[in-house]
Write a protein that binds this ligand. Structure first.
Ligand code: F6P
Length: 316
């Protein structure tokens, strides 16, 4: 049997641990493993390499992805997908493991639509894949944002400022709300809360009137221009205010223990599913377990996530 693997979309800490787990599990079952360079681009451009056990040594602790990653918009096109499948079939590859976020999973579904057996492993700092409680990389990125906001808190307190911090997460507020709770932020603004500037300014004003020395406001990316918001806070509330965009620092760094273990469990399961002839599936974390779920369900069925915003209400 032969299995290929790729990483695609925004990189996330723990992708290397997942690659290692897939390759080592293949070796364990005498399956040949092939790494594809730079996501779906490498699949289309025929950029494959046979991977051995030693190729994935010394990397469980490394951030980024040794295979490289890319976003390939044209992978929606049937002809492009056909070309990728031709490249897989000419090597007699039986199945593909794709590691990434929602765009990666859509690519997996396009391959399945043309009958190529594929398994998805959710890895993105956004934690925006519905069917899995957690994605690989989320908790590592959270640790990074928490450490950064802790540092901002020091200077925020010293100078009696309102500190506005922009956290990544495209359309999903998970990284913001978890960062907010772990750093003791007073206000968290995401696509889930909506953006009501008047209300935000009123709340900050109220905190000022109550004598709060300083304030942390976490804002998810794509919500508003945080520098402009800081200026408005300064003009309207009496707080001196500064904004910081954490940006891509959240995507890098060594994965947390949780992400390494999650990636290892998911990598093993992905290979075992293909070995058993199962595909069109994603690995998902459910409580303490790693299970599988159909790709379409994991992508499109809204999961019942806990409402963390109600905790914030009681903590500020
Ligand atoms: O999906 C992860 C993520 O970091 C998002 O939080 C962010 O919106 C996006 O990727 C940025 O993507 P790019 O690397 O293409 O700029």
């Amino acid at each position: 049997m032969k299995i290929a693997l790729l990483t695609s979309g925004g990189d996330a800490p723990g992708m290397n641990a997942a690659i290692r787990a897939v390759v080592r599990t293949c070796v364990y079952y005498n399956i040949e493993a092939y790494g594809v360079r730079d996501g779906y681009k490498g699949l289309v451009e025929d950029n494959f390499r046979h991977l051995h056990s030693f190729d994935v040594g010394q990397m469980i602790d490394r951030g980024g992805t040794i295979l490289g990653s890319a976003r390939l918009d044209s992978f929606k096109n049937e002809e492009v997908v056909k070309k990728a499948i031709d490249n897989l079939r000419k090597r007699s590859i039986d199945g593909l493991v794709v590691i990434g976020g929602d765009g990666t999973f859509k690519g997996a579904m396009a391959l399945e639509a043309q009958d190529f057996p594929t398994i998805g492993i959710p890895a993105t700092i956004d934690n925006d894949i519905n069917g899995t409680e957690y994605t690989i990389g989320f908790f590592s990125a959270l640790d990074t944002s928490m450490e950064a906001i802790d540092k901002l808190r020091d200077t925020s307190f010293s100078h009696q400022r309102c500190t506005v911090v922009e956290v990544m997460g495209r359309d999903c507020g998970d990284l913001s709300i978890y960062s907010g709770i772990s750093c003791g932020a007073e206000i968290v603004v995401t696509s889930e809360t909506g953006y009501n500037e008047t209300e935000i300014l009123e709340r900050i004003q109220k905190a000022k009137n109550q004598g709060k020395r300083h304030l942390i406001v976490v804002v998810a990316e794509n919500i508003t221009d945080v520098n402009q918001l800081a200026k408005k806070i300064q003009t309207n509330t009496g707080y001196d205010a500064r904004a910081t965009v954490l940006g891509y620092i959240q995507r890098g760094g060594s994965p947390s223990a949780f992400d390494r273990v999650l990636a290892s469990k998911m990598g093993i399961l992905a290979v075992e599913l293909l070995k058993e002839g199962k595909h069109n599936l994603a690995t998902v974390s459910q409580g303490l377990h790693v299970n599988s779920m159909s790709l379409s369900k994991v992508l499109y069925e809204k999961a019942d996530k806990p409402n963390l915003y109600r905790y914030l209400e009681k903590l500020r």
